[in-house]
Design a protein. Structure first.
Length: 201
C-alpha cells in the first residue's frame, strides 16, 4: 500500500496534471508540419519570469513552452506565441519585451479608442495574429489549481473580446479547430503548421 506524507497528495496531483498537459502538447507537436529551429523553454526560465513579475503562468502555457518554445502556430488563425527568453530576442518573440511594447502604447490613445481600457492595462499579452493581440486578464483566474486565466483578444481597432477560459482551450479550440474570430479562415490547414524559432515570420 502506497502511503503519502502530508502535502504529498497535492504534489502528486500536480504531477499528474502536468504530465497530462505535456502529453497533449507533445501529441499536438507530433501531428504538426514543423519547420525551423524548435527552442523549448526550460522550467527555470519560466520560474524566473514568474518571480520577477509576481504572477503564476497558466499550467497549460508552461507546458506548451516546454515543448514548442517561440514560434507561429497556423490553423484557422496564424498565432505567434511569445515565451520567456533572452533580452536579445525580438520583442515579438519574448514575453517580457512583448508586454513592454504593449505597455508603451500611448495611454491617451488607449483611453480614447479601446473598448475596455482597464482590461488592456490588466492584461498579460502572449500572442499576435498580424496585429490582433491576445492576452490573459490577470484579474480573472478561471482555475486556481492550474493558474489558468481568461483569454482575451484586442483587435487592431482596439475592440476587446473575451475568447475562452484557458490557454489550452484557446489553442486547441480557437486556433486549430474553429474560431469566434471574424477574420479567421473557415477551416484549419490540414495538417496545421508550426513555424518554430525566435526570428520566424
Amino acid at each position: 500500500m502506497l502511503v503519502r506524507q502530508p502535502g504529498e497528495l497535492g504534489r502528486y496531483a500536480d504531477g499528474i496534471v502536468k504530465e497530462m498537459h505535456h502529453r497533449s502538447w507533445s501529441r499536438l507537436f507530433n501531428e504538426l508540419d514543423v519547420s525551423g529551429d524548435v527552442t523549448p523553454v526550460p522550467p527555470e526560465r519560466l520560474d524566473a519570469f514568474e518571480s520577477k513579475n509576481g504572477i503564476k503562468l497558466p499550467a497549460s502555457y508552461r507546458e506548451y513552452c516546454s515543448v514548442f518554445g517561440p514560434g507561429r502556430l497556423i490553423g484557422v488563425i496564424s498565432l505567434k506565441i511569445v515565451v520567456p527568453g533572452e533580452q536579445s530576442w525580438p520583442w515579438l518573440a519574448e514575453l517580457s519585451l512583448f508586454n513592454e511594447h504593449m505597455a508603451s502604447v500611448d495611454p491617451i490613445e488607449i483611453d480614447e479608442y479601446c473598448s475596455e481600457p482597464k482590461l488592456w492595462r490588466n492584461g498579460l499579452f502572449f500572442g499576435d495574429d498580424n496585429g490582433n493581440m491576445f492576452f490573459w486578464n490577470k484579474g480573472e483566474v478561471t482555475d486556481n489549481t492550474t493558474n489558468e486565466m481568461g483569454v482575451y483578444l484586442v483587435e487592431r481597432s482596439m475592440q476587446i473580446h473575451r475568447i475562452t477560459d484557458t490557454f489550452e482551450s484557446f489553442v486547441f479550440g480557437n486556433c486549430l479547430e474553429h474560431s469566434v474570430i471574424n477574420w479567421s479562415k473557415s477551416k484549419k490547414s490540414d495538417p496545421a503548421e508550426y513555424w518554430a524559432g525566435v526570428n520566424g515570420p
